[in-house]
Design a protein around this ligand. Sequence first.
Ligand code: NAD
Ligand code: IPM
Ligand code: MN
Length: 340
Amino acid sequence: MKLAVIPGDGIGIEVIEQALRVLDAVVPGVEKTHYDLGAARWHRTGETLPDSVIDELRGQDAILLGAVGDPSVPSGVLERGLLLRLRFELDHHVNLRPAKLYPGVATPLAGEPPIDFVVVREGTEGPYAGNGGTLRKGTPHEIATEVSVNTAFGVERVVRDAFGRAQARPRKHLTLVHKTNVLTNAGDLWFRTVQAVKDEFPDVEVAYNHVDAATIYLVTDPGRYDVIVTDNLFGDILTDLAAAIAGGIGLAASGNLDVSRTNPSMFEPVHGSAPDIAGQGKADPTAAVLSVAMLLEHVGESEAARNVEAAVAADLAARDPKAPGSTAEIGERLAKAAAE
Ligand code: NAD
Ligand code: IPM
Ligand code: MN
């Protein structure tokens, strides 16, 4: 396996070190290429993501990313110029974000409801497309737009993917989350697309929630969800909430998939570079480790993937949630357990 590693910034660097430790413990001999992209590179050279790097990445089997973003870099430079550019250039149209409450993990929710769903977030369109601009900047008449782009092609492929995932799960339930009552153009396209693709998946039960109501149900009744399909921005917001109810952002993994497999897919924790705790050994590397499990599953190393997930599940069950250990201690425990 040829793996590109982009640790990035802040705790991204810290958690990737531990994730690689776990990877090495279950699949030795992975050919890794490290890319020093992120804030330091930008300060040194002004580059966010050189074209030559994108070309090299296309030849890899997968990409493991930590997180990008740093307070010393203007907001958006690295987020758009590096992370989103990777997702767009490599056509990562399915952003897969599972939310699962593992046994023994504390949730802030009353009554400890079952939580086991996956969010299929569209990854290349929506308000993220960069279709906007600023006019009359700095004047009282400034106009700033971010126009959401939703194409029939883009919506259909992610909706079809979500139906496929729902079909493969025991509950076979899919919820479209959007805002059809206000975003009547994009919402209507998403809604009609779900209705049209549904015929191909007759045993999948379909529901619809407006996104504002979905934030209620995620807190009061998350057990209702099995597969959620939604647009890029709603999916971003809902998956931080999903992480919070399922034990915390330090546990939430994701995959940015080109399901056509034309380009390598990219795996990363849902969280960011967390400048508030960076450099202190406080970051939980579990999300990065679970992202490695998703990566292994994606490249066909299913047994290794299961071993990593089992190591995480056992560690979570045994952990003292108030004192889970340092970044390195957690990584060491997980690597040891995954190798057994
Ligand atoms: P964040 O996810 O970095 O942090 C939010 C909160 O969660 C912070 O209090 C942080 O300490 C905590 N946290 C995050 N990961 C944790 C972990 N593994 N263990 C324990 N606690 C953890 O979000 P933010 O503060 O909004 O953003 C910080 C920077 O990261 C910004 O520059 C943002 O653009 C960027 N960002 C990048 C990504 C990415 O690269 N995928 C994702 C989100 C945010
Ligand atoms: C995430 C992040 C990114 C997003 C940002 C950093 C571009 O929040 O991966 O969830 O909004 O997708
Ligand atoms: Mn996010």
